[in-house]
Structures are given as C-alpha cells and as structure tokens.
Design a protein around this ligand. Structure first.
Ligand SMILES: [Zn+2]
Length: 112
C-alpha cells in the first residue's frame, strides 16, 4: 500500500498530497484525496469526502506529504491531529520516509 502513498506524493509534488488510509491494520487501503488547499504548503481534504469515509469505513490514518522536507509534523499538524483525534501518517518526498503522529490521548478523549 505504501507505494501508492508515495506515488501520489510524487504526482502532487511540489504541492502536498493528501488522502486517507481505511480498513484494518491487516487490510489497509489508500484513498487518494484532492488537496483543496491552494497554497503550496499544507493540505485540506474535502470535508464531505472525509465524512463519507468516516461513516462508511474505518479511517486508520489521515495521510499527507511533505515535499523536500523531512516527515516530522509541524505544530499545525500536531494541533489538527489532536483536534480530529485520528492518527496522521506523514510521508516525505523525495526522501520517502514515514512518520506516524498519534493524537494526544487526553484531548481526543475529551472530544468523545
Ligand atoms: Zn504537514
């Protein structure tokens, strides 16, 4: 599955790619999403697309890429991840490294 994530990151470069990983840990599927963010930095997944997948499947990760940067999360990424309460998968392109950012447990508990 990871090759699809990196392929999408390559296609979207120099912009950030974004998408969702749905399914189970054993049977994951990458869903490439359109990046609605018009600026080069950052990403925005269409909220309707996101909600649809949340209702119809198990969203494991919210994926986005960092172009010509390492895959460490920005403060913005950390804040958003905590707010949404779903792990972030950040991939770097062209380095092709992966970082999994888990939401802050306490914060995500208070949202639920
Ligand atoms: Zn980021």
């Amino acid at each position: 599955m990871m090759w699809e994530v990196f392929k999408h990151a390559q296609e979207q470069a120099p912009n950030e790619s974004c998408g969702l990983v749905v399914g189970t840990e054993k049977n994951k599927k990458y869903i490439p999403c359109e990046n609605l963010q018009k600026e080069k930095k950052g990403f925005k997944i269409d909220p309707l697309t996101f909600t649809r997948y949340q209702l119809t499947s198990n969203v494991l990760y919210i994926v986005h890429s960092h172009y010509e940067e390492d895959c460490k999360p920005s403060q913005h990424d950390i804040n958003n991840c905590n707010e949404i309460g779903i792990p972030y998968m950040i991939v770097s392109y062209p380095d092709q490294e992966t970082y999994i950012l888990k939401p802050n447990e306490q914060k995500s508990n208070t949202i639920r």
